[in-house]
Design a protein around this ligand. Structure first.
Ligand SMILES: Cc1ncc(COP(=O)(O)O)c(C=O)c1O
Length: 386
């Protein structure tokens, strides 16, 4: 094989901090993992059944590149019913292979070399590498624990320069669980509007918002025309393995994303799209029950963490707690490694989500209640000994 077979860009990509840590976990037995960002529930039965039925009926083909008309129609109807948001089924919605593909597509569709994308730090691990791979430049906005890891209008203003083309927002946030009220989003929107920046809004956890109503970014005044709204089925519907998501936004951007999607992916799997249809129009009870259970775990996890002296904001949404481990005097990496080795509990070092995560760890409460209980007791023992 030729030397330097791997491209320079890929060589320079930092491996995911989560992956590196979980390679350690793989070699160990009896570990309680609070590491993965994935529901512990299986997909509700009515959704699985509709997928089985669709196979029986012979749904085994490609679909339109944009996704099944039926699914796009349901997505449009759902957004209109929940938020009064209107999208044209044919031109403004694209069904993707998870929100992951949508993030990649939008970056590749809009970025020219040198264009910058603002990304909050800490943030979901894929944003930076995907922006860079698309030829753009990730410009990280450092969020401060003093502000509860919230993006403030001041921080936003400070980071805007003429090369900033887009900003990637994610709320409720992975890893901090932070979300924003309509008023807070309004203040950010005014600045974004003034500088005419495109918003890529990853709202994959929107249905898992616990204390106030979720406000989709495109519902803010004037924002619809310069927002690419991303959502999917992985989290609230416990459908990570089905790989379905979608992007809604201005025709010009959705068309550009579709161009890339048609050459690289063709379409999301038809059975998964059929299942997603059922998720949107089928019974809500199982979805609401999962949400209630996450909420119960949130109360338990945050109060246990604070009780043992690890200060932890109550997350507004998603299924992550992001406690400070500073009082142990250990770095995030050391804390996670030692906890794993001595107590067999896996949490993710905060630094996997950016340097601002130093002094924090991410705990996923998408884990059974008994497991959480046991893991937190082990963690308490660990802290007492350190
Ligand atoms: C913030 C965020 N965006 C996107 C994704 C990817 O979601 P999907 O399964 O729809 O690709 C995740 C998964 O953990 C996430 O946390």
């Amino acid at each position: 094989m030729k030397k330097n077979i791997v491209s320079q860009k890929v060589k320079e990509m930092r491996p995911s901090g989560i992956r590196a840590f979980f390679d350690l976990v793989l070699g160990m037995e009896d570990v309680i993992s609070l590491g993965v960002g994935e529901p512990d529930f299986v997909t509700p039965w009515h959704i699985r059944e509709s997928a089985i039925y669709s196979i029986e009926e012979g749904y085994t083909s490609y679909t339109s590149n944009k996704g099944l008309v039926k699914l796009r129609t349901y997505i449009a109807q759902n957004l209109k019913k929940r938020f009064g948001l209107k999208y044209d089924t044919n031109e403004e919605i694209l069904v993707t292979v998870g929100v992951s593909e949508a993030i990649d597509l939008v970056m590749r569709a809009i970025l020219n070399p040198g264009d910058k994308v603002l990304i909050c730090s800490p943030s979901y691990v894929s944003y930076g590498p995907v922006a860079e791979l698309a030829g753009g430049q990730a410009k990280f906005i450092s969020l401060k624990p003093g502000n509860g890891f919230k993006l403030t209008p001041q921080d936003l203003k400070k980071n805007i320069d003429p090369d900033v083309k887009a900003i990637l927002l994610n709320y409720p946030c992975n890893p901090t669980g932070v979300s924003y009220t309509k008023k807070e989003l309004g203040a950010l929107n005014s600045i974004i509007e003034k500088h005419d920046i495109l918003v890529i809004s990853d709202e994959v956890y929107d249905e898992l918002t616990y204390d106030f109503d979720h406000t989709p970014f495109p519902t803010l005044p004037g924002a619809r025309g310069r927002t690419v709204y991303l959502n999917g089925f992985s989290k609230a519907y416990a459908m990570t393995g089905w790989r379905v998501g979608f992007a809604c936004g201005p025709k010009e951007v959705i068309q550009a994303m579709t161009k890339i999607h048609q050459y690289t992916i063709m379409c999301a799997p038809i059975v998964s799209q059929m299942a997603a249809c059922e998720a949107l129009v089928g019974p809500r009870k199982p979805i609401e029950e999962m949400k209630r259970e996450y909420q119960r775990r949130r109360e338990f996890v945050t109060s246990r963490l604070n009780e043992m002296g690890l200060s932890c904001h109550k997350p507004d949404g998603a299924f992550y707690a992001f406690p400070s481990i500073k009082k142990t005097g250990l770095s995030s990496g050391l804390f996670a490694t030692r906890l794993l080795k001595s107590k067999k509990v896996a949490v993710v070092p905060g630094t996997a989500f950016g340097p601002e995560g130093e002094g924090y760890v991410r705990i996923s409460y998408a884990s059974g209640f008994d497991q959480l209980k046991e893991a937190l007791s082990r963690m308490e023992e660990f802290i007492k000994k350190n």
